[in-house]
Design a binder for this molecule. Structure first.
Ligand code: V47
Ligand code: SF4
Length: 360
């Protein structure tokens, strides 16, 4: 298909200029091999203007207190019913031991929706971590969990966020957005927060000075139009509230028994990264999430618009229970080697994406 919009869109995108809706949609039309490389080159030019050769990572620890969850999202291999063989519940001493042993810069706390770890217990976990580790960056609870906490604790979402912030939460992760499509929402995650609800809760957090991330799950039956619409909704939300720090596209992992046999190909994942970089002119960071992309594709993503590789992630569970073949954790040296091999300069960062002084 001849597409007159593609070239001008690439040129504007490479310079970091805002693309119109038509240009954004035009990027994803008729991706031929030749166009694919030009798409990648434009996204690389855009990320070089922002970050040069620098590629960041953070020494972080995922804390997933329990995987017990009754939401029944069709794509999720992490959740377990109470008596399932892979159900687990961590207790606070085990969590504190892990933090003490590994000494991360950042923790990322998310879990299933349940009453074993209700709001009060999660709030207390944040408070205890803050008291023990004043310098630790605490990124915790998706919009889906905030929604669930509010409903089950009988509190307004606003109060839940205020209490978490007062207890020491620094930021919210980007999970639970899935893809902003009512068609797929009804099919795959109808028991939890809707696309509108997700955006509303993030904007409420931004109004309180809580920065957040945003994600997009793709490769599970979604269309390119739905992906572009997701990016445009986020771009508009960011224009209004300004609190998104980072965008993370999540390629679907087809775990055992999942409803599709294959996730997106590496080239499709790289195209999503590149288009995200060109469309999201107002979200500073783009994360290539190696536990889900695979390490080589993740590092290649740095040439397709991404500037961040997430973390050394000591024990990631969501991707791995869905069959991801990547190692469950990664040492600093291995992370740096992957970034250097991909042609970039590794920089260890803190939770707010600033270089960590003294460790370079
Ligand atoms: O919302 C669930 C996704 C998300 C599968 O904010 C799956 O820094 C692929 O959002 N295949 C949680 N994805 C993970 C997440 C995240 C990860 C890393 C960093 C940050 C951040 C956020 O995982 C869920 C859901 O969309 N997910 N099952 C699956 N089979
Ligand atoms: Fe539960 Fe989250 Fe999995 Fe959905 S994606 S089933 S809410 S753990």
């Amino acid at each position: 298909m001849d597409n007159d919009i593609f070239e001008p869109a690439l040129q504007k995108g490479a310079l970091g200029e805002r693309l119109s809706r038509e240009e954004a949609y035009g990027l994803a039309e008729a991706i031929t091999p030749d166009r694919l490389h030009r798409l990648g080159a434009a996204a690389l030019a855009n990320r070089q203007r922002r970050f040069g050769r620098q590629a960041t990572y953070v020494f972080n620890l995922q804390i997933n207190p329990t995987n017990i969850c009754g939401s029944g999202c069709t794509f999720c291999n992490y959740a377990a019913s109470k008596h399932a063989a892979h159900a687990y519940v961590l207790e606070e001493p085990a969590i504190f031991d892990q933090v003490e042993r590994l000494g991360p810069t950042e923790v990322h706390i998310v879990g299933g929706l349940n009453q074993i770890w209700p709001f009060a217990r999660n709030l207390e976990l944040v408070r205890s971590l803050r008291n023990r580790y004043p310098e630790l960056y605490i990124k915790s609870f998706t919009a889906v969990e905030i929604d669930y906490f509010a409903k089950t604790a009988g509190l307004p979402e606003s109060t839940v966020l205020d209490q978490l912030k007062a207890a020491g939460m620094d930021a919210m992760p980007g999970g639970g957005a899935e893809i902003f499509s009512d068609r797929l929402y009804r099919q795959h995650w109808k028991n939890k927060t809707s696309p509108d609800g997700w955006v509303r809760i993030h904007q409420l957090a931004h109004s309180k000075g809580i920065p957040t991330n945003a994600s997009m799950l793709f490769g599970f039956g979604d269309t390119w139009d739905e992906r572009i619409e997701h990016l445009l909704i986020l771009r508009q939300a960011q224009d209004r509230s300004g609190g998104f720090s980072c965008f993370i596209p999540l390629p679907f992992q087809p775990g055992a028994g999942n409803f599709i046999d294959n996730g997106p190909t590496p080239l499709e994942t790289l195209s999503v990264l590149a288009i995200s970089r060109l469309v999201l002119d107002n979200i500073p960071h783009l994360k290539s999430y190696w536990p889900m992309t695979g390490l080589e594709t993740g590092a290649a993503g740095l040439s397709w618009g991404a500037d961040d590789m997430d973390g050394t992630i000591s024990e990631e569970k969501i991707a791995h229970l869905a069959g991801a073949a990547t190692p469950v954790g990664m040492a600093r040296a291995k992370m740096e080697e992957s970034i250097i091999t991909a042609g970039f300069a590794p920089v260890e960062r803190d939770g707010v994406f600033s270089p960590r002084g003294g460790l370079q």
